[in-house]
Design a protein around this ligand. Structure first.
Ligand SMILES: Cc1cc2nc3c(=O)[nH]c(=O)nc-3n(C[C@H](O)[C@H](O)[C@H](O)COP(=O)(O)OP(=O)(O)OC[C@H]3O[C@@H](n4cnc5c(N)ncnc54)[C@H](O)[C@@H]3O)c2cc1C
Length: 359
């Protein structure tokens, strides 16, 4: 069965974006008895905290004097865990359409379809997608011989491989392909060339040292230069053209091309979902953080309102009020009382923790 033939996932709440604010949205919805599905373009949760500053310290999360981006995400995932969110990673939300029954039909790039009563756009500065090589016709090889930012190096086994890039991901891929099979210590790739615009790398010192040792041993060829084109024969990608830093041209033959050019956020199709926008952001009502569309909330860096500050703590507040706003739509016949996690036995039940007697 192909993914487009799967029946839709029906849910009360769907969150676009597993950044810090999307993750806290899961928690706040959970406290109100609402289970959430979460979609993200990245293969992991964490948004900017993981992509842009995983190992750097954050000092302005309440009651946490310091934590790294990675630690914050681990804590948010653990806090949300009692509510068992369903994550749908490595896919972007392409379309959002209102149905006649007032639910939203949301479709992802993998063809997964959701029908949701409420939608939370926690899309930050956009979906983090790989930067691509811009040569007309090259995109035809994506998924067969061209794999951007891949961690699945098995596709390069026994092949002649060209890696493009000079960051940790590029060098780690080169090292892994050289070491290859842990049992036999045979290289995974048959031939390996790494191309980077200059002979300087933006990676951890230890990773650079390992790469340079392999380069000195001749296990990997290196060219400092720019890719200027590609060659193909009978619809097969056969080579890339490179001009090195001394303006000397090279033709590098290959079976597989693995560019690691980093990720960049792309706002993508949000502007086509019929929502009012102001300078690429979604204006919201600050009582509920609802957008111009009933049932669609915007929280975190993607929204705008007078006084907006793009800070994680502000996103946490927004997610709290958005959950209450959604509760009115999901449970129209009941009031949503404010309860304290300290004292409410109902909340303790939801959180799966024992209630202390005496309150
Ligand atoms: C270097 C740096 C340091 C920072 N330090 C601090 C700090 O010390 N304190 C602080 O409070 N803030 C800090 N910030 C800001 C903070 O990181 C942001 O405010 C926060 O990440 C916003 O969270 P978010 O969940 O709204 O969005 P993001 O973290 O941007 O997450 C959004 C997620 O949505 C996904 N997404 C977007 N569109 C789609 C789509 N169509 N389909 C699928 N997925 C999609 C993206 O892939 C991404 O994972 C810092 C930012 C940077 C860049």
């Amino acid at each position: 069965m192909t993914q487009t033939m799967q029946s839709p996932v029906e849910t009360d709440a769907l969150i676009i974006g597993a950044g810090p604010v999307g993750l806290f949205q899961v928690f706040e919805l959970g406290l109100l008895g609402i289970h959430a599905h979460v979609i993200d373009a990245l293969p992991h949760a964490g948004g900017q905290c993981i992509e842009l500053y995983a190992d750097k310290p954050i000092y302005d999360i309440p009651a946490l004097s310091v934590c790294s981006g990675r630690e914050l995400v681990e804590r948010l995932l653990s806090q949300a865990a009692p509510f068992k969110p369903d994550f749908h990673l490595h896919q972007t939300v392409d379309s959002v359409e209102r149905q006649t029954d007032q639910r939203y039909r949301v479709q992802t790039s993998l063809g997964k379809v959701f029908l949701t009563k409420t939608l939370f756009i926690a899309a930050g500065v956009g979906a983090f997608l790989p930067r691509t090589l811009k040569f007309e016709g090259l995109e035809a090889f994506i998924g067969t011989q061209l794999h951007y930012q891949t961690s699945n190096l098995g596709i390069a086994a026994g092949k002649s491989v060209v890696i493009v890039g000079g960051d940790d991901a590029a060098l780690e891929a080169a090292i892994a392909l050289c070491h290859g099979n842990a049992e036999t210590n045979e290289p995974l790739a048959q031939g390996l060339t790494l191309i980077h615009r200059r002979d300087v790398f933006q990676a951890q010192t230890e990773t650079i040292a390992k790469f340079q040792a392999l380069r000195s041993a001749g296990a990997v060829q290196f060219i400092a230069g720019q890719i200027t084109g590609f060659g193909s024969v009978n619809q097969r990608l056969t080579s890339v053209e490179v001009t090195d830093t001394s303006d000397k041209p090279h033709t590098v033959n290959l079976d597989v091309l693995l560019p690691y050019l980093g990720l960049s956020p792309k706002l993508g199709p949000i502007s086509q979902w019929g929502l009012a926008m102001e300078r690429k952001q979604l204006p919201v009502n600050t009582a509920t953080f609802e957008t111009s569309a009933r049932g669609i909330f915007a929280v975190g860096d993607i929204n705008t309102y007078p006084g907006k500050k793009k800070l994680i703590v502000c996103g946490f507040h927004e997610a709290t009020l958005a959950a209450y706003g959604a509760s009115e739509i999901i449970f129209p016949d009941q009031k949503t009382p404010l309860q304290y996690t300290t004292t409410s036995t109902a909340l303790h039940k939801l959180l799966g923790v024992a209630s202390e007697s005496g309150f």
